[in-house]
Design a protein around this ligand. Structure first.
Ligand SMILES: *Cc1c(COP(=O)(O)O)cnc(C)c1O
Length: 439
């Protein structure tokens, strides 16, 4: 039987743009060589599937592009994008450190073998005990987000008898980022220190016992594709560096943040080479250690959400394809209006003529909706791969509506490892205590 692989269908462009996806005539959609139909049978749905080789490859590609552009920068992977210990272990083995924002992320990064010296601690709301724990472990850098935070860090460092290596996170007042909710470098955002205050605060930091002011950091948002907004932010930070240099302060380090975009459709990716060239140009002749904090770019394309069709429902408005994954699993569509590619797993189903369908989850919220897609006829039991969910996917999951956390699978060396078992229903109330006498 000749199978039409649906080359005219919209999903084909998504597959063609991703070398790690392939539609096989008999096996259906394969991710990093693994037939997703087999994974769905073996592990059930919904399930997150990650590729170890993609994670390794993306890290190596990023390192290679920076090196080829003449940029020496250490990578501090933003753990919040995907904090699974296996993911952290793979990236650590490839030479990445970590950017952490809580005791939980700090603990995870340590558990994955990342040395605190290779970590940056970010966040507007670090608690005293989190600061103390990080300093006691000799964290590589703490990014200070406010004038108010600085004396707290200094006092804790003095009490511990250590010196805290701090970078001041500057808010450069640059509008960037793929969505209002992922822009972080505008004056009205909660992040960082006002640009006008940053030099004075640096002078103050440099005068404090218990603090060594190593430099500045900046992170202007996420899902940014062009070098221009980064360049604008970095130039503003370098102007601070130069002003302080004239006063005799020599800054050692710049933390350039993360935010490199990934295409969720079949559009072009982040301009990595142009970014590296821009950084090399701006930093030429300067003796600055550089850090970058990518999250999404490393992990996003390395994962998919494998989900099953529970029901196909027709109303006067059209066709709803109800999936067994919902906003409790993947929150990005509800939170950011994000639109992820969706591809039928079976080649026979995929070959059908695409027609408009709304993909929704099972949760009792109207916002539990992945969006409108052109999809062929799909029956209950069909499987769909939701693409590019390796970052800001499983980390944002909840058990809302009594839905256990999905399984997580790692493809590595031709094997599929369960790296997190699907939660059971009794797991849902594990840890809950019902006092006596309630009935
Ligand atoms: C979220 C975040 C990152 C990573 O952002 P991506 O868009 O995933 O690269 C890096 N640094 C800081 C401070 C962040 O808050």
């Amino acid at each position: 039987m000749k199978v039409d692989l649906g080359r005219d269908q919209p999903w084909h462009r998504l597959v063609a743009a991703r070398p790690w996806l392939r539609m096989d005539a008999t096996e259906g959609l394969c991710f990093d060589g693994a037939p997703l139909a087999r994974l769905a049978r073996a592990h059930g749905t919904p399930a997150w599937v990650y590729s170890a080789s993609l994670l390794r490859g993306r890290l190596a590609t990023l390192q290679g592009a920076l090196a080829a552009g003449g940029v020496r920068a250490d990578i501090r992977y933003a753990v919040k994008a995907n904090d699974h210990l296996a993911v952290l272990t793979i990236l650590r083995a490839g030479g990445a450190g970590a950017d952490v924002t809580s005791a939980g992320e700090f603990g995870r990064a340590r558990a994955a073998g990342i040395a605190p010296a290779q970590m940056v601690y970010s966040g507007v709301g670090k608690r005293d005990d989190e600061i103390e724990q990080a300093l006691a472990a000799e964290i590589g850098q703490i990014n200070v987000e406010s004038a108010e935070e600085l004396p707290v860090i200094a006092a804790i460092a003095r009490r511990l008898g250590v010196v805290a290596p701090v970078a001041l996170r500057v808010n450069p007042d640059i509008a960037a980022g793929g969505h209002d909710k992922i822009s972080t470098g505008r004056a009205a955002d909660k992040f960082g220190i006002d640009y006008d205050q940053a030099a004075a605060l640096f002078r103050h930091a440099a005068s404090l016992d218990g603090i060594v002011a190593v430099g500045f950091s900046t992170h202007i948002g996420s899902q940014i594709f062009a070098p221009a907004p980064f360049e604008a932010a970095y130039r503003r930070v370098l102007a601070l560096v130069d002003g302080l240099a004239q006063e005799g302060f020599s800054l050692r380090r710049l933390d350039l943040g993360g935010g490199f975009g990934i295409p969720y459709d079949d559009g072009p990716g982040f301009a990595l080479e142009a970014y590296a060239a821009m950084v090399a140009r701006l930093m030429a002749g300067r003796d600055l250690e550089l850090l970058i904090e990518p999250g999404r770019w490393l992990a996003g394309p390395a994962g998919i959400l494998l989900t099953g069709v529970t029901r196909v429902k027709r109303t006067a408005q059209g066709r709803f394809v109800v999936l067994d994954a919902g906003m409790n699993d993947l929150l990005r569509p509800a939170l950011y209006d994000a639109h992820h590619g969706a591809v039928p797993v079976s080649s026979a189903a995929a070959a059908g003529i695409g027609a408009s369908a709304t993909l929704v989850g099972p949760v009792c919220e109207s916002s539990d909706r992945f969006g409108i897609y052109a999809l062929p006829e799909l029956g209950a039991g069909a499987a769909i791969a939701i693409l590019d969910t390796g970052a800001y996917g499983a980390v944002m999951s909840s058990v809302y509506n009594g839905r256990p956390l999905a399984a997580q699978i790692l493809l590595d060396g031709g094997r599929d490892h369960v790296i997190r078992a699907r939660q059971s229903v009794p797991d849902l109330w594990q840890g809950e205590i019902v006092p006596d006498g309630l009935g």
